[in-house]
Design a protein around this ligand. Structure first.
Ligand code: AMP
Ligand code: MG
Length: 355
């Protein structure tokens, strides 16, 4: 299949309406289009079409029990897709949309099980990207879109990443430049008694609690141990798969900063001596402390959006450099750091060394 590649914005930052109309027409024809959002690139198809959803799973190589997020261009488009839009969920939409918050509600009959991975609930989001919103509006359908990467790989934060994974497999890539946030949306389940975060993201638990009162994390999110992780089934089915992973073996080192630096340098020497190519993921402040030729800083640790923005592109860069082992510092905090660490721990397959 030929994949059309076009810019979403003109040089003056105005929408490239020719390209966006073409993308909307593909969606109407139940074809697939990758498009930019503020979190990561999405791989979109008509959410009401069983066939389009099946094509999304096939193009990504995604397990079919891993549901898709349905993207809308406005709140009123949610009503036909759900059994009921409760007051609290509506408040969330009014406060955080368009934005990086996905809301789970009970689905209506028009949303096919092919889109929800067999679940009776549907995940909904309105992305904060002008080109994406215009495309969805013109297509006149809700757009099912998981991240536009091959299943298991780091999510795409640039159109080039989508091209690497999906060229020849989808109808179009709408290039909107680099995304802002760089990690996927926060997912909150609003179908139970207590709102539950199924995936941490840019919108934090704190912000959600301010509006909703009690909010909890799905217990699977707090696990840092591989054996425990195998036993507890996360409520967001996607969170159970190995995800965001580079080709290299990725190992996180956590603890006092000086000890972390010392341990990483020790590991670099040990593995280089064994003939492996090693890499280090760190922050600006520590990047000159490593005795390794392959050091990438994610940025200033205080600026969490820079860190999240750079994470997946860095993992892909290590793939390109054919690195065998990556040793990484950790980036925990109560804010976006929770989401960053959730993705890093999954990318590392729960390999964490405490020092
Ligand atoms: P992606 O768009 O690639 O980030 O994947 C979508 C994520 O949303 C996956 O981790 C899914 O498991 C999660 N998700 C989508 N729909 C639902 C749902 N109805 N209930 C729980 N999680 C969902
Ligand atoms: Mg994904």
């Amino acid at each position: 299949m030929e994949t059309v590649f076009e810019k979403a914005y003109l040089e003056n930052d105005e929408l490239n309406m020719d390209a966006i109309s073409k993308a909307a027409a593909f969606l109407e024809e139940e074809k697939l289009v990758a498009f930019p959002t503020e979190t990561v690139y999405g791989l979109g198809g008509n959410a009401l079409s069983k066939d389009a959803s099946k094509h999304i799973y096939a193009a990504k190589g995604r397990p079919s029990d891993n549901p898709l997020i349905v993207h809308v261009a406005d709140i009123k488009s949610v009503y036909p897709l759900v059994k009921e839009l409760n007051e609290k969920a509506k408040m969330l939409m009014e406060k955080f949309w368009p934005g990086p918050l996905t809301i789970i509600l009970n689905k209506s009959d028009i949303v096919p099980y092919e889109t929800t991975g067999g679940l009776d609930t549907v995940a909904l989001r309105m992305p904060d990207n002008k080109a994406a919103l215009k495309m969805i509006e013109l297509s006149e359908v809700p757009v099912a879109a998981p991240s536009a990467n091959t299943s298991g790989k780091p999510s795409p934060t640039k159109a080039e990443h989508v091209y690497e994974d999906l060229d020849g497999k989808i109808s179009m890539i709408l290039d909107g430049g680099e995304v802002g946030i760089g990690i996927e949306s926060t997912i909150i389940d609003m179908t139970g008694d207590i709102p539950t975060i199924l995936r941490p993201g840019y919108v934090t638990k704190n912000e959600l609690s301010k509006l909703l009162g009690e909010v909890k994390y799905d217990e699977a999110l707090l696990i840092r141990d591989k054996e425990k992780a195998k036993k507890i089934v996360p409520k967001a089915p996607g969170m159970k798969y190995r995800h965001y992973a580079p080709k290299a073996d990725f190992i996180l080192i956590e603890g006092d900063e000086e000890k972390v630096i010392e341990k990483i340098n020790e590991l670099v020497t040990e593995y280089e001596n064994k003939g492996y190519k090693t890499g280090v993921i760190c922050q600006d402040k520590t990047k000159d402390r490593y005795k390794c030729e392959n050091v990438i800083s994610l940025g200033n640790k205080e600026n969490e959006v820079t860190i999240s923005h750079n994470l997946y592109a860095t993992l892909r860069e290590f793939d390109k450099r054919e690195t065998d082992y990556i040793f990484g510092e950790t980036f925990m905090s109560d804010n976006l750091g929770t989401a960053i660490m959730n993705r890093m721990i999954k990318a590392a397959g729960y390999q964490i060394i405490d020092v």
